[in-house]
Design a protein. Structure first.
Length: 383
């Protein structure tokens, strides 16, 4: 199995919990020269520990290891040895999946460990979760200032150390400026030409840099729903910085009052809601947004098991109202359920077929969909 997620999200902590429950384990951190040296002759090392679960952290640093793992797994299968003897931890999906997909096809399962979501914190911590984001050390910092410092250091570490170690030669300051621009444009349609002009680089370079941030699970492209051949639809994706705390840190917003008085407040809350919902999507479900040239729009369209199609609008207001564009968009896509996620604490009907629901409520409904016999949850629960 491979557990994927950005740095500091809790992958190693989860692995250590597994180690604590089973003494027959071996942990290797490939950022440690001593541990990396142990895999200088990987066949011999792994053969000498064939009776243990071997946990390999930051595995994307050793691309040559994947073909070796394939040979070891196939040999053990032929000998009738049980599966599940390797747990790989990685913080880069694009490179890691490309390497493992080629070498370990049919031999590996993936789980994405995302930042903490609203169903994993006490109810009264929801505002802190939105402000500080879901990285545990940021959320649990002693105060808002300490949390902001942690996130700013996290950003600098990625730019100055982690990304260069993955190979791409990207000026750290250029990537920081792009990341900050994406935070300013949270939830807006991607305009690569506009970003390229501001950064004095090409549109292709902007796309490549965004690809990298997506591979590192720091940015999300949300694609447009495009099943309606009779409508003129927007074709550009929306782009979100995935963690709300990083949005605020990139913009220098350290306290809740700073966020609610900033123009990004709506986009920040929308992105936070969307990430919380996508974190619990059932296996095989798909997520899109919808926007037509005529102005019909939905913040989120979820294609779920059993031909369910949810139309979702995100409103930070405690008294949400809907435009005609929502109703038209829901009709356009043939929605089977229509929801408005709002900032209140109780679910109530807005009309005969539209319900206003708190985020935690709708997230739980998605979890329940994932528990059905026809689908499997995408994300394992964490304590």
């Amino acid at each position: 199995m491979a557990i994927l997620g950005p740095r500091q999200v809790g992958k190693t902590t989860l692995a250590m919990e597994l180690l604590a429950t089973d003494g027959a384990t071996q942990y290797l951190d490939l950022e440690s020269p001593a541990d990396a040296a142990k895999l200088a002759d990987p066949l011999s090392y792994l053969d000498s520990r064939r009776d243990r679960l071997v946990v390999i952290d930051e595995v994307q640093r050793a691309p040559d290891l994947f073909p070796v793992l394939r040979g070891v797994i196939d040999q053990r299968r032929r000998q009738g040895q049980r599966a599940g003897q390797f747990l790989l931890l990685g913080s880069a999906t694009g490179a890691l999946l490309a390497q493992s997909a080629e070498s370990l096809a049919g031999r590996i399962a993936y789980m994405e460990l995302q930042a903490l979501t609203i169903n994993e914190v006490p109810t009264d911590d929801a505002q802190h979760l939105w402000l500080r984001g879901g990285f545990p050390e940021s959320l649990l910092a002693r105060n808002d200032a300490a949390s902001l410092r942690w996130r700013q250091q996290f950003i600098s570490t990625y730019l100055e150390r982690d990304i260069p170690q993955l190979g791409p030669r990207i000026p750290a300051e250029t990537l920081r400026r792009l990341w900050t621009m994406l935070a300013h444009e949270q939830g807006q349609l991607l305009n690569a030409s506009k970003l390229a002009t501001s950064l004095a680089i090409s549109g292709q370079t902007v796309t490549r840099y965004i690809d990298l941030l997506c591979d590192l699970m720091l940015v999300r492209r949300l694609l447009p729903w495009a099943d309606n051949g009779g409508k003129r639809l927007v074709r550009s994706p929306k782009v979100y910085v995935r963690d709300s705390g990083l949005v605020h840190a990139l913009l220098g917003l350290g306290e809740l009052d700073d966020v609610v008085s900033h123009p990004v407040v709506g986009g920040s809350w929308e992105g936070w809601v969307i990430e919380n919902l996508l974190a619990v999507l059932p296996q095989g479900a798909q997520a899109f947004f919808y926007r037509s040239a005529a102005g019909a729009e939905l913040d989120l369209v979820l294609e779920l098991p059993r031909r369910q199609r949810w139309a979702i609008e995100v409103k930070r207001s405690a008294a949400p109202t809907l435009s005609r564009g929502f109703h038209q968009a829901a009709e356009d896509i043939g929605a089977t359920a229509r929801y408005v996620v709002y900032s209140g604490s109780d679910a109530f009907p807005l009309s005969a077929d539209i319900e206003a629901v708190p985020l935690a409520d709708l997230q739980q409904r998605l979890i329940d969909v994932g528990k059905s016999p026809t689908s499997t949850p995408r994300k394992a629960a964490r304590r």
